[in-house]
Ligand binder design. Structure first.
Ligand SMILES: [Zn+2]
Length: 169
C-alpha cells in the first residue's frame, strides 16, 4: 500500500466530509476500500437522519456490508478524516476490517488512542492495523473552519435578534 494511494483515498473522504458540511452537519467523511475499489462511503448526518449512530464510518460500513453481502468486511481499508469515536471503533472491530487510516486526531472523543484506545486494547479479539496523520492538517482545518463559521453564524443571529428587539415600539 503506497503513501500516494492513502492520500488519494483520504482526499476522497474529505470530499464526503464537504458533503456533510453542505448539509449543516459536522464535516467528517469515510470511505471503505477493497482491492482499490470503493465499496462503501459515508458522511456524518445524525441531524438529518435523526440518528445518533449516523456517523460517517457507520454509513460506510453498512454500505460495505450490503455490497459484499457479508457482515465481515475482510481485506478492506477504512479511510476516515477524523479519529473514530468509541461507537465507531466498536463497529470497526465487529466488521473485521483489516486496516484503518484516519486523518486528524480527536482529543475529546477519539477511540484510537486520544481519549481511549479501543482498537489497540491488547485483549481485543480482532486487531486492526491503525495508521493516522494522512492529510491530517487538511482534515483538522475542515473541522475547525466549520466550527468557526458556525460560531460566526450564531453571533450574527444574536445580533439580528437584538436589533429586532431594539426596534420594537
Ligand atoms: Zn463515530
Amino acid at each position: 500500500m503506497s503513501e500516494t494511494s492513502d492520500e488519494y483515498w483520504m482526499r476522497y473522504a474529505l470530499q464526503l466530509a464537504h458533503r456533510a458540511r453542505e448539509q449543516g452537519e459536522v464535516p467528517v467523511g469515510a470511505v471503505l476500500v477493497q482491492h482499490d475499489q470503493v465499496i462503501g462511503e459515508g458522511w456524518n448526518r445524525p441531524i438529518e437522519q435523526h440518528d445518533p449512530t449516523a456517523h460517517a464510518e457507520m454509513m460506510a460500513l453498512r454500505q460495505g456490508g450490503k455490497v459484499l453481502e457479508n457482515y465481515r468486511l475482510l481485506d478492506t481499508t477504512l479511510y476516515v478524516t477524523l479519529e473514530p469515536c468509541i461507537m465507531c471503533a466498536g463497529a470497526i472491530v465487529h466488521s473485521r476490517i483489516g486496516r484503518l487510516v484516519f486523518g486528524a486526531r480527536d482529543e475529546k472523543t477519539g477511540a484510537a488512542g486520544s481519549l481511549v484506545d479501543i482498537l489497540g486494547h491488547p485483549g481485543m479479539n480482532h486487531q486492526v492495523r491503525v495508521e493516522h496523520g494522512v492529510l491530517a492538517e487538511e482534515c483538522a482545518a475542515t473541522l475547525s473552519d466549520f466550527f468557526r463559521m458556525r460560531r460566526a453564524q450564531k453571533r450574527a443571529q444574536r445580533q439580528a435578534l437584538r436589533a429586532a428587539q431594539a426596534n420594537q415600539p
